[in-house]
Design a protein. Structure first.
Length: 301
C-alpha cells in the first residue's frame, strides 16, 4: 500500500494590529494563540508559525497609514505562502487585516481565475468613509475588497480585479448600519443574517454559500471573525454581539472543507485574550483549524 500523500502545510501568519479598531486587546490575539499552542500538527498536515507582523505605534489619526502598511506586508506574505504550495492561515488582530489576506490570495490566483470568499461575521464590515459613523477601519474591509472606499486600503502590489459581489457570501450577520447594508444590496452580495441561519440551520446556509463561492472561481477562502460566535460561549472577542453561532455548529460546517483542494486560505480574527474566559475562545479558534485539517489529532469540540 502506498504512503498517504502529504497535504499542504498550514503556515500561520499573525497580524498583531488593532490600528483599525477601538479595542487595543485584539493586537495581543496572535501572540496569545501562539503561546497557547491551539494549532496542532496532524499525521498528514504540518502546522507552523511563520511570522507575526506588527506595525509601529501611531496616533489615531495615522490609523490609515498603519493599516495600509500592515496589509501591504500581509498581502506579500500570503502570496508567498500560496506560491510555495502551502495554505496560509492568517490570525488577527482586527479585521482590517482581511484586505491584505485576500489581496494576497487574489494575486496568487490571478493567472487561474477569480477568488471566492465566505465571510463569517456578526457585522457587515462594508462601510466606506462616506457611510461610517465611527471611522473605524475594521468596519471597511469588505467594501475595500469590493473596490469601494479609500485608495490606501486597496493599493497592495500590482493592480488586481476587485472581488466580484457574486463570489462573496456573508454568514451570521446581526449588527449593521444602513449605509453598508445599502451597498451590499446594491452590489448583489448574498448576506445570510443570523435570523436566516436560525431559521434554516447553519449547515444548509453554509452549503449554499459554498456552492456560490465555488461556482465561477479558481479557489476560495474563509474569513472567520470570532465575534460571529455567541459571546455567552466565546467572550474573548473585540466586538461581542449577543445571539451568535455556536462553536460546535461552526466547526461541523467547516469540517466539510477538509481536504478540499480549492480551499486555499483561512483567516481567524478579532481574538481578545483579555476578555476570554478559561481560554474558551482561543480553543474555539483551534477547533476551527482542526475542523478543516485532514486526520485531526482530536475532534473539534
Amino acid at each position: 500500500m502506498s504512503e498517504p500523500k502529504p497535504e499542504r502545510s498550514i503556515i500561520v501568519i499573525g497580524a498583531a494590529s488593532c490600528a483599525g479598531a477601538p479595542d487595543p486587546g485584539c493586537a495581543a490575539g496572535p501572540d496569545a494563540l501562539h503561546h497557547y499552542e491551539v494549532f496542532h500538527d496532524t499525521p498528514l498536515q504540518r502546522v507552523a508559525w511563520d511570522a507575526i507582523l506588527r506595525v509601529p505605534r501611531m496616533p489615531p489619526q495615522a490609523a490609515l497609514i498603519a493599516v495600509s502598511a500592515l496589509n501591504r506586508k500581509l498581502a506579500e506574505k500570503v502570496h508567498g505562502v500560496l506560491d510555495e504550495g502551502n495554505f496560509p492561515l492568517v490570525v488577527g488582530g482586527d479585521h482590517s487585516c482581511a484586505i491584505g489576506t485576500w489581496s494576497g490570495a487574489q494575486r496568487a490566483l490571478a493567472d487561474r481565475g477569480a477568488l471566492g470568499l465566505i465571510w463569517i461575521d456578526a457585522h457587515m464590515d462594508s462601510h466606506t468613509f462616506d457611510t461610517t459613523q465611527s471611522g473605524q477601519l475594521h468596519g471597511m474591509p469588505v467594501a475595500s475588497l469590493l473596490g469601494r472606499g479609500h485608495a490606501a486600503l486597496r493599493a497592495f502590489g500590482p493592480p488586481l480585479p476587485d472581488l466580484r459581489p457574486g463570489d462573496l457570501c456573508l454568514i451570521g450577520v446581526r449588527s449593521y448600519e444602513a449605509g453598508e447594508a445599502a451597498l451590499l444590496h446594491q452590489l448583489g452580495v448574498r448576506v445570510y443574517t443570523m435570523d436566516e441561519v436560525r431559521a434554516r440551520g447553519l449547515r444548509a446556509v453554509f452549503d449554499e454559500a459554498l456552492a456560490r463561492v465555488r461556482a465561477r472561481t479558481a479557489g476560495f477562502g474563509v474569513s472567520v471573525d470570532l465575534d460571529a460566535l455567541d459571546p455567552e460561549e466565546e467572550p474573548g472577542v473585540g466586538s461581542p454581539v449577543p445571539g451568535g453561532i455556536r462553536c460546535a455548529e461552526l466547526a461541523a460546517a467547516l469540517a466539510r472543507l477538509r481536504g478540499d483542494p480549492d480551499f486555499i486560505a483561512m483567516e481567524i480574527v478579532e481574538y481578545n485574550p483579555y476578555r476570554d474566559r478559561d481560554r474558551a475562545t482561543a480553543d474555539a479558534a483551534g477547533a476551527f483549524v482542526e475542523a478543516v485539517t485532514p486526520l485531526a489529532s482530536k475532534p473539534a469540540r
